[in-house]
Design a protein around this ligand. Structure first.
Ligand SMILES: NC(=O)c1ccc[n+]([C@@H]2O[C@H](COP(=O)([O-])OP(=O)(O)OC[C@H]3O[C@@H](n4cnc5c(N)ncnc54)[C@H](O)[C@@H]3O)[C@@H](O)[C@H]2O)c1
Ligand SMILES: O=c1ccn([C@@H]2O[C@H](COP(=O)(O)OP(=O)(O)O[C@H]3O[C@H](CO)[C@@H](O)[C@H](O)[C@H]3O)[C@@H](O)[C@H]2O)c(=O)[nH]1
Length: 480
């Protein structure tokens, strides 16, 4: 029986391995992690991450050919194929701080593989890494090889959270990069054989190592660039009376452009886009390409601008002060159908509002009180480390209450900010909410999900990203 071990039981390692186990009953899959609490959760009724459909597929294979364990070394030693799916955060200190990827966890996993292995291994890069990382890993393994043959493959993951299972069942493509040697090609074929259990052959792309590594960074940069492009247009729409949804629709109808990923928003979030673009920028700089670096940097600058612009709209609309005013925050996750808050725009928006001395009442159906408190008190980039290595007791942020009832969040509030596009926010009883709010009552829709006309009829002053402005907001001072 082929044995797969995946190091890292996170948002990628857990779901990808659960799907491999389900689709390949003849393969034994063990997911290992240094975080005891994560592994305990994977083995319990309450999985450590919320992802539609995940629980069902874990239950189908767990204990049969899918296992979760903290015994990292034993399972690595026994495996034929080792996926490495550990954190690759942005460096916070030293050379390249704020841009370069921190490969500490990657390197420690590679050194551990070298220490414990006694048989030939295929080592698969599943984490998103800087281009040329495979070369560094090859060096660590071959300098400590004890005669063992290691083949390194790059097999970046393209799943999006909230739709991870769907994406894994039916991927647009699976990308496998390897060495152009006979051994390298053989390793590619072995991994291809795993995916071929359910992915059509024409969707499995094979390339050299560097193309595979770079394609992952490029794909995320292109996706994020589309959002920054439409968000930049949203500012111009507000200035001119155009409607960004109509513009996106018209632009996206061009088959060369396509309609997906053109929704204007308060800004993109998530653990990947910003981190991977910063990583790309750093690689460009290291390769003497400052113009290319600056081009991609702009995608992040526009994203930061969009979040700031949103907060400015809130504050300026409310007579330039939110001091002491209760503001309801609806949604804290970085997108719907996930409890993940990594780099969620809600963090920046909430922190800015708190700096302006607002009182916040936050509601999100999937994010815990502890997580929100942590997010609002942690420094930038600290979130992307294994949970047990994050700052311990972040303390509670005053002026923030976290509630489990949306109507409670909005009671007596001066304004509502919608920061995640949860479906339930589309069908709330907005009349009831309005009746219990301070007047004038504002809705700032950072996801363009509410029915603006209906809300204005109820009496709300409504701001929607990139939409023709409410006369009230038009009259307020220009936004920086
Ligand atoms: N989250 C996504 O949607 C997504 C999608 C594609 C790619 N990626 C990339 O995949 C990688 C993992 O992302 P994630 O979201 O799953 O992160 P995560 O933080 O959810 O999971 C990583 C896990 O690795 C564990 N770990 C770290 N060092 C370890 C070690 N030496 N031995 C054993 N376990 C170790 C951590 O405890 C953690 O549980 C990152 O490089 C990320 O950029 C993420
Ligand atoms: O039109 C859009 C589409 C998305 N977003 C926002 O962009 C962010 C990222 O969304 P999405 O890409 O759907 O989720 P992720 O889980 O971050 O997935 C991205 O990052 C992963 C990690 O690298 C990749 O594997 C995926 O292919 C890539 O889509 C979220 O805040 C979304 O709300 C918008 O604002 N407008």
């Amino acid at each position: 029986m082929v044995k797969i071990c995946c190091i890292g039981a996170g948002y990628v390692g857990g779901p990808t391995m659960a799907v491999i186990a389900l689709k390949c009953p003849s393969i034994q899959v063990v997911v290992v992690d240094i975080s005891v609490s994560r592994i305990t959760a994977w083995n319990s009724e309450q999985l450590p991450i919320y992802e539609p459909g995940l629980e069902d597929i874990v239950k189908q294979s767990r204990g049969k050919n899918l296992f979760f364990s903290t015994d990292v070394e034993k399972n690595v030693a026994e495996a034929d194929i080792i996926f490495v799916s550990v954190n690759t955060p942005t460096k916070t200190q030293g050379l390249g701080a704020g841009r370069a990827a921190d490969l500490t966890y990657w390197e420690s996993a590679a050194r551990m593989i070298a220490d414990v292995s006694t048989s030939n291994k295929i080592v698969v890069e599943k984490s998103t890494v800087p281009v040329k990382t495979a070369e560094a890993i090859e060096k660590i393994l071959s300098f400590n090889s004890k005669g063992i043959n290691y083949q390194i493959l790059s097999n970046p993951e393209f799943l999006a959270e909230g739709t991870a299972i769907q994406d894994l069942f039916n991927p647009d493509r699976v990308l496998i990069g390897g060495r152009e040697t006979p051994d390298g090609q053989k390793a590619i074929q072995t991994l291809k054989g795993v995916y071929a259990h359910w992915v059509p052959e024409d969707r499995i792309i094979t390339t050299n190592l560097w193309s595979a590594e770079l394609s992952k960074l490029a794909a995320n940069a292109f996706l994020a660039q589309r959002i920054s492009s439409v968000n930049a247009m949203s500012a111009l729409c507000e200035a001119t009376g155009a409607d960004v949804s109509q513009v996106s629709h018209a632009v996206g109808k061009d088959t060369r452009i396509g309609s997906k990923f053109l929704n204007a928003s308060v800004g993109f979030g998530g653990s990947c886009f910003q981190k991977d673009i910063l990583n790309l920028v750093y690689i460009c700089e290291c390769n003497g390409l400052p113009e290319v670096a600056n081009y991609w940097k702009q995608v992040i600058k526009v994203n930061d601008y969009q979040k700031k612009r949103f907060v400015n709209r809130v504050v300026s609309s409310m007579f330039n002060t939110v001091s002491g005013k209760k503001i309801a925050i609806l949604g804290f996750a970085f997108k719907k159908d996930t409890g993940d808050t990594r780099e969620t725009p809600a963090i920046d928006v909430c922190k800015e509002l708190l700096r302006d001395r607002a009182r916040l009442s936050i509601y999100d159906p999937q994010v815990t009180v502890d997580q929100i408190q942590r997010d609002l008190s942690m420094d930038k980039f600290d979130w992307d480390h294994p949970v047990h290595l994050q700052p311990m007791s972040p303390g509670t942020v005053k002026k923030v209450s976290i509630v489990w009832d949306v109507y409670e969040a909005a009671r007596d509030a001066h304004a509502i900010c919608i920061l995640t596009e949860w479906d339930e926010f589309k069908t709330l009883d907005y009349q009831r909410i309005f009746d219990n709010m301070q007047k004038p009552a504002f809705v700032f829709d950072g996801r363009n999900i509410v029915n603006v006309k209906k809300l204005r009829e109820i009496g709300f002053i409504v701001y929607s990203i990139g939409k023709p402005l409410d006369p009230w907001i038009k009259d307020m001072p220009a936004v920086a």
